[in-house]
Ligand binder design. Structure first.
Ligand code: PLP
Length: 821
């Protein structure tokens, strides 16, 4: 059913030059090397993003069997790669877009494009939900709405599709016409216009006009009547198009008369002369905004009021991301209730596959019947069965009548249950240990009950780690490096408090060259959890040498005593050649040889034939501050002299490295062969680099709210007062979680919604109190201790310390929860 093109055809469409042998047929476009498991039919586009370069992954993919590539003219096709087909183009992204444009042109079906500042994904998902059973919808997976996401989305159109629904998002002027060309919408929806992604636009008007270019060839445009700026712009720009509007103001094509909130939200609506009511199963205001274009769309398509009401009452929430949680018995739970189409299953399985496996654990997929896939069951489930096989799922559990009917397409060991209830009954019989478990269910199956059973019970306070942000930050730093400079990522101290294994696993996937840990134990845990990248141990203790050799951990050698001892351990162990890293102290006065020890080291090393110097490095004491720049240069000069002496003495080359995160930003010329990246991964920049993103969010919830009498005192030592009365909120986080007690008595602030709220009274061991007087807050509300809009750097400066201490000080009892957007 999926569309196939020959390589020759694609070369022709993209105007590329075809180099190599294969004339394969391709059906799958990939730009992210992690998304390749079954190489057959894959065409890999080596895209150069702002931060990353896909060409770097070509040879690795070739080894994994991929044979079709689109590369740009700067790529040198080495002899080993001659057995593959290369389409060489000036601009690989443009080629991807051209191909998608051609593909789109083959379909003569309605195509809806959605743009706007907020709500695009929800409106798209809800449209797909309400059209279920009537149309075969092909839509953007997740929020694939960028210059890359849009072509990949459009590529999903296939012979069965009866309607396409795609999102389009832009961040700089000039991007929309390209998206318009690819999507070629016949129907346009603009949800709203706000200040999101405003940085690159002169004004909101400019951004709006840019967005509206998406509708150049559409016949119908849907927009809000209340956001006057949008309506005016649409009617001026497109006087000849049909414009359908929604809003509270009279004059809107679909007018919202009243909103009545109870356990659901009743909307009283007017369409033409007629009034009707729909019952929205949500009670928040944003959902009301988002459902209006959905209802309007159904009206436009001729649905009856009663049918619309029935469909809207069945709407399901749209979870925006995959969540990763710690599960029972060392397992890892990935929860994806986002949507249940085939592509999102692929995306989720790829995410599952990125998880390094723990020893003795396998990969489990629990999957329900899938709706809204745009495919017939008889096509869908055999395909799912193939996918399960191809992606190396060890244990498959299918839930639902439909999927069970196709059990024979699956492997003999796979299990099926007709209902969630039946699975829950059987669950204790599965011994899940150290497993990575992907739970993916359509809403009707209420799989949250399954995941609740598999999750480890949580202390309500969690630290969320945004793995996309981590990868982004890595790439921002990489962009500062010369091609070929290696990256050692520091994951010491529980990955700067963010978790060792999960962070290391994400970094390994991004192909960092080395990981650095403080102690051998940390390295050993990473190895046991399945991390294979070379690991340097900065503080190797003699008693751990055996362990280090066994787990292939490479020591930092900083003294003659250590050198002798390690050499002896290597001989006892009987290893042939072991990598070591020599550390020279050029002025930090921490671990390291002195700068005049070079000759002596050479003498030793000549005798120690089993040791191989893999690198020589030093640590700089003040790279983040200009006042120390002369000293930094002095350290670097000593280091270079030492490097030369050592190289001359031992007669072979080794890697040299000196820069930490701030050093990479401020002394790029001294990156040598490798750099050591640490805090920068978590979004901290010595040069205020705005491209970095926050990674860690410490959040908790309000346990209780209390009204306070004017004379009352709050907490231990009676230190807290809310002088005019008011109310306080108790939150379950205290100094034992890493909330420093110096934040007591209004020193510290947390974020509730948009409000910064002070801590009142003394911070207790497991709790503290907030002054929430005058604020509209409720028990159970989320409280951000630090996060994207309330950076931990603020807390650090209040406490007169550095951001490192804040992150590493969050105690281990606070669960780390990982997610990717
Ligand atoms: C921690 C550490 C780094 C990383 O420093 P950041 O400032 O976090 O980038 C680099 N090198 C050594 C030796 C370290 O101990």
């Amino acid at each position: 059913m999926s569309v196939k093109y020959t390589i020759g055809k694609i070369a022709e469409v993209t105007g590329g030059q075809l180099v190599g042998v294969s004339f394969d047929v391709v059906s799958r476009l990939v730009f992210d090397s992690r998304m390749v498991f079954e190489p057959e039919g894959v065409l890999f586009f080596a895209l150069k993003g702002g931060h990353n370069d896909g060409h770097r992954y070509v040879s690795g993919l070739f080894e994994r069997g991929v044979r079709n590539f689109v590369v740009d003219i700067t790529f040198r096709i080495s002899d080993e790669l001659r057995e593959a087909a290369f389409i060489v183009v000036p601009d690989t992204l443009k080629a991807l877009q051209q191909l998608a444009t051609l593909h789109r042109a083959r379909f003569h079906i309605p195509v809806v494009a959605i743009t706007g500042s907020n709500g695009k994904t929800i409106v798209k998902e809800w449209l797909a939900q309400v059209l279920d059973g009537v149309e075969k919808v092909t839509r953007s997976p997740r929020s694939y709405n960028s210059q890359i996401g849009v072509p990949l989305s459009v590529w999903q159109l296939n012979a069965a599709s009866t309607i396409g629904i795609f999102e389009a998002g832009i961040s700089v002027p000039g991007e929309m016409p390209r998206l318009e060309e690819i999507i070629h919408p016949t129907i346009g929806i603009i949800t709203n216009i706000g200040t999101a992604h405003q940085e690159n636009f002169l004004s909101i008007e400019q951004k709006l006009h840019e967005k509206l270019k998406l509708f150049a060839r559409a016949e119908v445009v849907f927009c809000s009547f209340d956001q006057r700026m949008i309506y005016d712009a649409v009617s001026t720009l497109y006087p000849d198009k049909t414009i359908l509007t929604w809003g509270r103001n009279s004059g809107a094509s679909l007018q919202l008369l009243s909103v009545n909130r109870d356990y659901s939200t009743q909307l009283k609506l007017v369409w033409g002369e007629e009034t009707f009511v729909v019952d929205l199963p949500f009670t928040d205001a944003i959902s009301v905004e988002n459902v209006m274009p959905v209802v309007l769309f159904l009206l436009y398509r001729g649905f009856a009021f009663s049918d619309i009401a029935a469909r809207v009452s069945q709407l399901q929430p749209v979870a925006m991301r995959m969540e990763q949680k710690e599960g029972i018995n060392g397992s890892l739970i990935i929860n994806d209730s986002y949507n249940s189409d085939f592509t999102s299953l692929e995306v989720a399985l790829d995410f599952l596959n990125q998880q390094g496996l723990k020893k003795g654990g396998g990969r489990t997929l629990i999957l329900s019947d899938m709706f809204q896939t745009g495919l017939d069951d008889s096509v869908l489930y055999p395909r799912v069965a193939d996918l399960v096989q191809a992606k190396g799922i060890d244990r498959f559990i299918g839930v639902g009548n439909e999927i069970s009917r196709f059990a024979s397409y699956f492997r003999s060991g796979d299990t099926f249950y007709t209902s969630t209830e039946a699975l829950i009954q059987a669950l204790p019989g599965f011994s899940m240990r150290n497993e990575a478990i992907l739970i993916k269910g359509s809403r009707a199956f209420a799989f949250e009950r399954v995941s609740a059973l598999l999750e480890q019970k949580q202390h309500a306070t969690v630290m969320e780690i945004n793995l996309n942000a981590l990868v982004n930050n890595l790439n921002v730093f990489r962009e500062r490096l010369k091609p070929g400079t290696k990256v050692l990522a520091m994951v010491k101290a529980f990955g700067y408090g963010s978790g060792s294994f999960e962070i290391a696993s994400a970094l390994q996937h991004q192909k960092v060259d080395y990981l650095g840990v403080a102690y051998a134990d940390e390295g050993m845990e990473l190895r046991q959890a399945g991390i294979t990248v070379p690991i340097m141990v900065m503080n190797p203790e003699e008693k751990s040498f055996g362990q280090m050799l066994q787990y292939n951990l490479e020591p930092e050698i900083y003294s003659f005593k250590l050198l002798e001892a390690f050499n002896k351990a290597v001989m006892d162990y009987g290893a042939d050649s072991v990598n070591i890293h020599i550390k020279v102290d050029t002025g930090m006065y921490r671990l390291g040889f002195f700068d005049d020890d070079a000759d002596e080291i050479v003498k030793c090393l000549r005798k120690m034939t089993h040791l191989r110097v893999r690198s020589l490095f030093t640590h700089l004491a003040g790279t983040d501050e200009e006042v120390h720049d002369d000293f930094t240069r002095h350290q670097l000069a000593l280091f270079e002299r030492f490097c030369q002496q050592l190289e001359k003495g031992i007669g072979y080359k080794f890697m040299r490295h000196a820069l930490n995160s701030a050093g990479i930003e401020r002394f790029a010329a001294q990156q040598y062969e490798m750099v050591r990246l640490g805090i920068g991964l978590y979004g901290i920049s010595a040069t205020k680099d705005v491209r970095l993103s926050n990674v860690a969010t410490l959040k908790t919830y309000i346990s209780q709210i209390k009204t306070v009498r004017p004379e009352a005192t709050i907490g231990y030592g009676r230190a807290g007062k809310v002088p005019t009365g008011g109310k306080i909120a108790v939150i379950p986080i205290g100094y034992a979680d890493g909330l420093n007690r110096h934040l007591s008595n209004r020193m510290g602030e947390v974020l509730i919604g948009k409000h910064l709220v002070p801590i009142v009274g003394n911070v207790c061991m497991d709790m503290c109190m907030l002054d929430v007087s005058g604020l509209d807050v409720s028990e159970g509300d989320e409280v951000i201790v630090f996060g994207d809009n309330h950076p931990f750097t603020v807390m650090a400066s209040k406490l007169n310390t550095i951001p490192y201490e804040i992150l590493t000080g969050i105690s281990r009892r606070v669960k780390r929860v990982y997610f990717r957007e």
